[in-house]
Design a protein around this ligand. Structure first.
Ligand SMILES: Nc1ncnc2c1ncn2[C@@H]1O[C@H](COP(=O)(O)OP(=O)(O)OP(=O)(O)O)[C@@H](O)[C@H]1O
Length: 268
């Protein structure tokens, strides 16, 4: 069925309108899923390449069109490889909703039934101070819009209220949970012993070992803020957007963390 307002050369039917609305909704869900991660930049790069391909094709530039066409023909396979983390996360969420039930909207990134809002920083700062004074290492990641569930899955699930005592118990050198990172989301300790992606940036100072490189790696790929306590030097650092702020005093750590956690966008 055609609408009563056919455009000049287009015949717009109701099915076309529904089609466009569905694609818009899908693209919005995709944006929400990728927002805050490098995958969004990759997706935008691929989209730009596809638009160039369409223009080149329409202009009839044979050679360029053939070259870009080669990329496009392997596009689906390349996308699966490039977005394997996101596809896995998406399928995990679909499976979770199928098992636990829930409405049709927001199923892509349904927030957990945890209290929302920024976590109180006092417990983290007090724990960091105490760990630093005993030269005990720690790695604590605060997540905002980026979904860190794939990293949380690499460790042990906790879902606990953050407290200084609990953080000290986790990072105690004799604790089976002390290795790796703790992930904090929506004011809860989600998981411990998590493995983070290590930064490959050649400009990272050689003095920084794997703990600091892991903090940098995560913040290069996501909008997380990471608190690091060095086992070697007892220094406290904060990492955000792939940048490290080292040797912070407790007061500075507290004010920066407070500022960053409050300024950060909440998940949709
Ligand atoms: N990819 C990773 N994800 C999470 N934690 C990691 C990762 N790699 C290393 N770690 C943690 O860092 C510890 C090793 O730290 P390493 O001494 O190499 O780093 P560092 O940056 O020099 O830190 P420190 O100053 O505390 O010694 C490991 O025992 C582990 O707990």
């Amino acid at each position: 069925m055609s609408l009563p307002f056919p455009f000049y050369f287009l015949h717009v039917g109701l099915a076309d309108v529904a089609d466009v609305l569905l694609v818009t909704w899908l693209l919005y869900q995709l944006y929400k899923l990728l927002r805050g991660s490098v995958a969004l930049n990759v997706a935008l790069g691929l989209l730009s390449l596809y638009l160039v391909y369409l223009v080149v094709n329409a202009l009839g530039l044979g050679l360029l069109s053939a070259i870009l066409g080669q990329f496009m023909s392997v596009g689906v396979l390349a996308s699966i490889i490039l977005f394997q983390q996101e596809i896995r996360r998406f399928l995990l969420n679909v499976g979770k909703v199928a098992l636990e039930g829930g409405g049709p909207l927001g199923w892509w990134r349904r927030p957990s039934a945890q209290p929302s809002g920024a976590p109180s920083v006092a417990a983290f700062v007090e724990a960091a101070k105490s760990l630093a004074s005993k030269d005990t290492g720690a790695l604590i990641c605060f997540t905002f819009t980026s979904d860190l569930s794939s990293y949380a899955e690499s460790g042990d699930r906790l879902d606990a209220e953050p407290s200084k005592r609990l953080l000290l118990a986790i990072f105690n050198k004799t604790s089976p949970l002390h290795d790796g990172a703790v992930i904090v989301a929506q004011g809860r300790l989600v998981a411990a012993r998590c493995i983070l992606p290590v930064s490959q940036n050649p400009e990272v100072p050689a003095a920084l070992g794997l703990r600091h490189r892991a903090a940098l790696g995560l913040t290069e790929a996501t909008d997380a803020v990471v608190l690091v306590v060095s086992e070697e030097t007892g220094q406290m650092s904060l990492v955000r957007h792939g940048e490290i702020h080292r040797g912070l005093a407790a007061a500075e750590l507290k004010s920066r963390l407070q500022e960053w956690l409050l300024a950060a966008p909440r998940p949709a």
